[in-house]
Design a protein around this ligand. Structure first.
Ligand code: PHE
Length: 477
């Protein structure tokens, strides 16, 4: 193997990390969580968490990657033999997430194709009635082959980019996809904000509503505040692509001359911006649609995965011919967001395979793609032919989601903070950030966060996620 690959510069790194961070979490999950947790209230809590906790974790991961020049599988053992298990545990996360993320990517491709057919031929594969009832969606995900086929198409496209390498593949594809994504997001949200009658929905989304913190008798509820904070924290974790080795891997391709602190701040700005803009695209139209069709607003917003795949197509259908084009633009945007995130996930796997098996990029990619294809089969068929098979009462896709987001990721994040805060000591990270005599502006905040606050908060996320999944204590986020 030759020298370790590197980004061509700071901008390429920021773009790549932002491309990883901006994904389905921003476009679908953030808006509906914000709508549920009091609009502006949630946004304020989320922002506060991003600039403190998110900052700490992301900076730590990037610094570990750049310091060790390793992907996460070997980075921890390089720093301290006994802590190699964290890297091992962390490597399992992208290996489990990538397959189901690609299956969802396949769903998005299928919708993109449907909208392209509608826009260019005038045919209606969805059919008005089908879109209404959600039959289009359930018909697709329960089909015997289609979900797997589209998922594989998605895996193949991402592998194609990875094979080309860090500079020629990932960097170049981001240079095309990210600007399109930004322009599309701004254009769609501008269109929606200008629609007559969007004001009420905007108010619902943006104005802080403290009612969500009051219990039934009207008094302030600490438990509800806790839920809002935990909901925001879980979202931040996922949205910034933390605790899955991506930032370690990407950091290992970073040049020593670039400023880690500045890069982290920029990535946070991009990621949060797109999340907030996604809400501007989605919330007002769903609000108007709910009012018009007599569905309670809360219920329409809480549609979960159905919000993107069932409710939004219904909304687009009500906008007439323009709706088809808006739908096409929207799903193109989602495809790009999902692809750039999946590429980063796959790269985290490929980099580990390269570092451990000492394989070349091409063979490592092939190996990883085959593994992903195998694992994806479970999620792709889990709503169809293998519907009857469940793990702890969950469909495969939900199970993979639970085991990674709710269990492994908080554990890896807690272990990373304890390791850096107490074993390695924060000085190791601080030195890496200050490399070349650079000032580390948020040094005191960082040290306090990594030693005390972050591990405590992460432990709270872990407990709440487990309670939520197993429905202990009436917890539901
Ligand atoms: N951060 C991505 C998002 O917001 C999700 C993601 C998860 C990306 C895991 C990579 C890895 O959707």
């Amino acid at each position: 193997m030759g020298a370790r690959a590197s980004w061509s510069g700071q901008l390429a790194f920021v773009l790549a990390a932002a491309a990883s961070a901006i994904g389905l979490g921003n476009l679908w999950r953030f808006p509906y969580l914000a709508a549920r947790y009091g609009g502006g209230t949630f946004i304020v809590v989320y922002l506060a968490l991003v600039v403190t906790l998110g900052f700490t974790l992301m900076l730590t991961e990037i610094a570990i990657g750049r310091k060790t020049q390793q992907s996460q599988l070997t980075a921890y053992s390089r720093l301290h033999g006994a802590w190699g298990f964290v890297g091992l545990l962390g490597t399992v996360v992208p290996v489990l997430i990538t397959p189901y993320y690609c299956v969802i990517g396949g769903w998005v491709l299928y919708y993109l194709k449907a909208y392209a057919v509608m826009a260019f031929t005038g045919a209606s594969p969805m059919g008005e009635a089908a879109a209404q009832s959600g039959a289009f969606f359930s018909g697709f995900i329960s089909a015997p082959f289609a979900p797997f086929g589209y998922g594989m198409l998605f895996v193949a496209a991402c592998s194609g980019v990875i094979v080309l390498g860090v500079k020629n593949g990932i960097e170049k594809s981001n240079l095309v996809m990210m600007p399109v994504l930004f322009v599309m997001a701004i254009a769609i949200s501008a269109y929606v904000v200008c629609l007559p009658g969007s004001g009420e929905g905007l108010k619902y989304y943006l104005v802080p509503n403290l009612d969500c913190l009051r219990s039934a008798d009207g008094s302030f509820s600490l438990a509800l505040l806790g839920k809002t904070v935990l909901g925001a924290m879980g979202q931040m974790f996922y949205s910034l692509s933390l605790a899955m080795g991506i930032m370690i891997t990407y950091g290992s391709y970073m040049k020593k001359s670039d400023s880690i602190e500045r890069c982290v701040r920029r990535i946070e700005v991009f990621d949060t911006l797109i999340a907030v803009v996604a809400g501007l695209m989605i919330i007002p139209v769903v609000y108007m649609f709910a009012v018009k069709s007599g569905i309670p607003v809360k219920e329409a917003m809480n549609a979960g995965p159905g919000l993107m795949f069932i409710t939004l197509p219904q909304v687009f259908a009500t906008l007439g011919a323009v709706g088809t084009w808006v739908g096409l633009a929207f799903f193109l945007l989602v495809t790009f967001a999902a692809a750039t995130s999946a590429i980063s996930l796959m790269e985290a796997c490929v980099a580990s395979v390269c570092d451990v098996l000492k394989l070349e990029r091409k063979s490592a990619t092939f190996f990883t793609a085959a593994l992903i294809a195998f694992l994806a089969t479970f999620s792709a068929l889990g709503y169809g032919p293998w519907k009857a098979v469940t793990v702890f009462g969950m469909q495969f896709l939900d199970f993979f989601d639970f085991i990674t987001n709710s269990a492994l990721m908080p554990v890896v994040a807690i272990a990373t903070c304890v390791f850096v805060g107490w074993v390695l000591t924060p000085k190791a990270v601080v030195d890496e950030v200050e490399e070349g005599g650079r000032a580390f502006r948020a040094k005191r905040l960082y040290v306090a966060m990594v030693k005390y606050v972050a591990p405590a908060f992460m432990a709270a996320v872990l407990v709440s996620e487990i309670c939520r999944t197993f429905k202990i204590g009436g917890w539901s986020i």
